[in-house]
Ligand binder design. Sequence first.
Ligand SMILES: [Zn+2]
Length: 282
Amino acid sequence: VNALLDAAVDLAAREWSVLPLRPRGKAPLGALAPHGVDDATVDPAAVERWWRRAPTANVGLACAASGLVAVDVDPRHGGDDRLHELERALGPLPDTPRALTGGGGLHVLLAHPGGRVRGELAPGVELKAVGYVVAAPSVHPSGRRYEWDIAPDEAPIAPAPERWARAMAATDPRPATPADGAGEDDDPLLEIPPARYLERLAGVRVGRDGKARCPLHDDGTPSLHAYRDGRRGWYCYGCRRGGTIYTLAALLAGLRLPVRDAAFLTVQEELWREFYPEVFSA
Ligand SMILES: [Zn+2]
């Protein structure tokens, strides 16, 4: 019995498009779904084939292809308080499938209200309308499983109530959040001090003054500054580039910025493997 295969088959039988994700990860399993969310399908034969080849693949649920939008609540950014405020202002969310994420968050699935949907309703309350979300019983990088709080068997997918639909409509040009992964959970990668990740990823020694030679354009001078405050960032005054651990990893890999969607998730997973290999021991 493979709970991940069963879940993927069950979702596909509901005409919800699924795709295989990396085991304990959020990035598409590139070997089976090289085009990421575009490879999502409701075809049960394809789904069985995928999970027979990769039995521990996590299950991605493609939002647009499934006609869904996921309200993605991240309590670590105050999302649960904001959700309560939204429910007081807009009325309660209906009974509809909802899942507890392995990272402590909540996904509430609603029928897509049509039109363009904004990326965020409030801090910590994002809307995922394109891309995909990780579905239960996938395993979060932390090792915890995603679990249905209200399973699709217990409640059909509900339309967004009218006031919610109005609040969800895009009023600015910011696109919807492209994919699950970024910013969904408290991100331990962003807690790693720059001196540590600069040395580990680029072999750069950071001096006591926080300065280092830049691995991206080295001209022999200590032009790179590692911030020692809560920003956990770096900046090079020589090549005028800087950012987070993600920016550094992407630039070292020769990727163009900004790194989005599948490329971002790939960078993220590689960083997880580098800094938290124990998560991937299974
Ligand atoms: Zn530089």
